[in-house]
Design a protein around this ligand. Structure first.
Ligand code: IMP
Length: 177
């Protein structure tokens, strides 16, 4: 099996994560503790790296959503699989996503979390497939825009494979080998 072709190198990811962390730290300076909500499983590596580069007080939470049943085939509606533990009422929240594709997942999460009365909600995504977005969602902190391709690595998978690649690579979902 060949390694996926490199789209974004480990070095470029590191540089961009540093930039995002600096921007977020500056925007939230003196606003109290920021609640970072990582969307499992794909955002676990991005969240780990980003959160360690922040210079502001922060709390780590995770949420799990199911929107794809297997590989790249959409399963239909977005479903909550695991909720956050902390109350977010009156607190500043930053949702941390691996990739925004149609935008349905982020839209669902923002709606659901808004109803809990946070002080604010913003979004941070490492990647965005801009032209495929179906829902009008604003990503406040975006790492990279990419085209219409299936990417793996740095937390992202194809049918649970390639999550731990240190870089973002491209595969053909029809022929992952
Ligand atoms: P959306 O709801 O269509 O925006 O889908 C977002 C979710 O789909 C992400 O959190 C990923 O779990 C998954 N996803 C979309 N595109 C890719 C990809 O190219 N590689 C891996 N996962 C993806």
């Amino acid at each position: 099996m060949n390694d996926p072709e490199t789209l974004i190198s480990e070095k470029d990811i590191g540089t961009r994560v540093d930039e995002l962390a600096a921007e977020i730290s500056s925007d939230y300076a003196d606003k109290g503790e920021l609640v970072l909500i990582g969307v499992l499983k794909g955002a676990f590596i991005f969240l780990a790296d980003l959160s360690r580069k922040l210079t502001i007080p922060r709390l780590i939470e995770f949420i799990a959503i199911s929107s794809y049943q297997h590989g790249s085939m959409p399963s239909g509606a977005v479903r909550l699989v695991m909720d956050v533990r902390a109350s977010i009422e009156g607190r500043h929240v930053l949702i941390v996503e691996d990739i925004v594709d149609t935008g349905h997942t982020l839209h669902y999460l923002i709606d659901m979390l808004e109803s809990r009365g946070p002080a604010s909600i913003r979004t941070c995504a490492l990647l965005r497939k801009e032209h495929k977005t179906e829902v009008d969602i604003e990503v406040d902190y975006l790492g990279f825009k990419i085209g219409d391709e299936w990417v793996v690595g740095y937390g992202l998978d194809f049918a649970e494979r390639d999550r731990t690649l240190p870089y973002i690579g491209v595969i053909q979902p029809d022929d992952p080998d």
